[in-house]
Design a protein around this ligand. Structure first.
Ligand SMILES: [Mn+2]
Length: 372
């Protein structure tokens, strides 16, 4: 039995304020592209079942575009005649009982089975039972629901558990309303053929369990997520379980460093060949306060003309204590300017210009004082 497991597709997510040629936020389009790649792979792999372990949409009330896109793709999946089972994650679960869960829109598709009611739901086929535990806002209710799950294990069929949670404290995402699976219930995992997890955005096996996996997200919802590998799982359940992780192509993120103690050499040595269309993060290191003023972000960005975006972080020299940075604030524009001409001319010329500068600056101060 071949089960294709993917998760955390976060349709509708957007970031970076970059609009593409179709007038769509480029990062939002990246998420649609990642989802499309999985659907194309589903058509090739033709698994027996498809499962999605939550956070289909980024928000509980997605945009029209995200909903329209999802309906188009779900139509394609539905036409394959492969059962597709989905559970709600924390992002697609309303926080109050007043709003209607978005996954309800898939109720009328013939081959799509959704679980979103904050309770255990058994989805059963001839040879397999999917024990679905969607995101639950209330931990006490969640415990009872886990008990129902255990009570429904069918010895004569394959048993697959589907959840959107952190197993232990290791897989928390620092988000609102995360559900931590109680560790005293982990023994249930051993009674399952496969435990499919969502919520954690990296692919991986959970602890000592050979049958418990996060498929990871299909794109990064935060630039703190530096993973360049995203994809999905094909779980083959025969006498033993085999797990194949299949990568998709996603927007790359690159981290570069420019050592400002020798700016020119460092720029010269910079390899930008892997930055095409990438999200680039540049760290300027060994900066001095005055040196930092001289380096403009624009100048650094121009080093990566083919990147999608460039963000710059400035890191000051380690031996410069905060008091030196305080000094920077204390340096007036006048002093800074004088320092600059001192570097560029001889002493005699400096004295002459110094006088002139001080004259001009005092005049400027008078003017700005008057306008106040
Ligand atoms: Mn997620």
């Amino acid at each position: 039995m071949k089960i294709l497991h993917f998760s955390d597709t976060h349709l509708g997510f957007n970031d970076l304020d970059i609009i593409n040629e179709n007038n769509i936020n480029q990062r939002e389009a990246d998420f649609y592209d990642a989802f499309t790649q999985v659907v194309e792979q589903i058509k090739l792999i033709k698994p027996d079942y498809i499962i999605h372990t939550g956070d289909l949409f980024h928000r509980a009330s997605p945009s029209n575009r995200a909903i329209t896109y999802a309906l188009e793709k779900f139509n394609e999946i539905n036409a394959l005649n492969i059962p597709f089972i989905l559970i709600a994650g924390n992002h697609s679960t309303p926080r109050t009982n007043l709003s209607s869960p978005i996954l309800k829109i898939f109720e009328n598709f013939k081959n799509i089975y959704v679980s979103y009611n904050q309770e255990y739901k058994k989805i059963e086929f001839e040879d397999v039972v999917f024990h679905t535990l969607p995101h639950m806002n209330d931990e006490n209710i969640a415990c009872e629901q886990i008990n129902s799950c255990e009570a429904n294990i069918d010895e004569n069929k394959r048993n697959i558990m589907m959840m959107h949670c952190s197993v232990g404290a290791w897989y928390l995402m620092s988000e609102f309303g995360e559900w931590v699976y109680p560790s005293n219930k982990e023994y249930i995992f051993e009674k399952m053929d496969y435990v499919a997890l969502g919520h954690w955005h990296g692919f991986g096996k959970v602890g000592k369990y050979e049958n418990v996996y996060y498929s990871g997200s299909v794109e990064r919802t935060s630039l703190n997520d530096k993973r360049n590998s995203k994809g999905f799982i094909v779980a083959n359940i025969k006498d033993t379980l085999t797990i194949d992780y299949i990568e998709i192509n996603i927007r790359t993120i690159r981290q570069k460093e420019i050592d400002c103690s020798d700016l020119e050499a460092s720029i010269q040595a910079l390899d930008t060949s892997d930055c095409q269309n990438a999200i680039v993060e540049v760290k300027l290191t060994n900066l001095t306060p005055l040196g930092s003023i001289d380096i403009q972000n624009k100048q650094i960005k121009e080093l990566f003309p083919t990147a999608l975006s460039v963000s710059i972080k400035r890191e000051f020299k380690k031996d410069i204590t905060s008091s030196n940075i305080d000094n920077l604030e204390a340096i007036s524009l006048e002093e800074y300017f004088l320092e600059h001409i001192k570097e560029s001319c001889n002493d005699l010329e400096y004295e002459r210009l110094k006088q002139k500068t001080q004259e001009l600056f005092s005049k400027y101060e008078e003017v700005s004082y008057d306008t106040n």
